[in-house]
Write a protein that binds this ligand. Structure first.
Ligand SMILES: [Zn+2]
Ligand SMILES: [Zn+2]
Length: 178
């Protein structure tokens, strides 16, 4: 599948929010501006307003099947009142999707952007690439953009910990058999 950078912005913001559920307003502002979100100045009140939304985003990554992920992401589109519009910011500048009115509150724009981002990935056939780390107790989520789509851990560190644990388990089992 192709991960288009523009539609990926919503997914990247969703991943960041789930992994940083109580961010400093300035940190979220920096992330949003790095993805060209308009007027990205976040207030502490908006950070608080986004907390229940962040929990719902997590549920998409943690769902066991693509059908469940799709059902939850679809619920987010409805809850965010996502209404795609084609917008250009001036003469000759490219038209692109906005998922909520530019004048809306930043929290509602972030909700629409993240709902649309996850929905696009699922629409592209990449739903099973929206994952939570396979190490029990880690809880970090990610979008697997690897070529073969077989990445199951958030980091080399988690992958190594699980590999070492599995290796020890096999050694113990072998010892018991002997
Ligand atoms: Zn724009
Ligand atoms: Zn992990």
């Amino acid at each position: 599948m192709q991960f288009n950078t523009y539609t990926m912005a919503g997914t990247r913001v969703a991943v960041w929010l789930v992994n940083n559920p109580s961010p400093e307003a300035s940190a979220l502002t920096a992330v949003l501006s790095s993805y060209d979100v308009h007027e990205p100045m976040v207030t502490a009140g908006e950070v608080r307003a986004l907390r229940p939304w962040t929990r719902r985003l997590r549920e998409v990554f943690e769902a066991g099947t693509v059908a469940e992920k799709a059902e939850r992401a679809d619920g987010l589109l409805v809850a965010a009142d996502c209404r795609p519009r084609l917008v250009s910011h001036g003469d000759g500048l490219p038209f692109h999707f906005h998922y909520a009115p530019v004048r809306g509150s930043l929290a509602s724009r972030v909700e629409a952007l993240t709902a649309a981002g996850l929905a696009h990935v699922i629409d592209d056939g990449g739903g099973e690439r929206l994952r939570a780390c396979g190490r029990v107790g880690c809880g970090v989520v990610f979008a697997d953009t690897s070529r073969n789509g077989r990445r199951h851990f958030c980091s080399v560190r988690c992958a190594n910990q699980v590999n070492v644990a599995n290796h020890r388990l096999r050694q113990r089992q072998a010892a018991v058999v002997r």
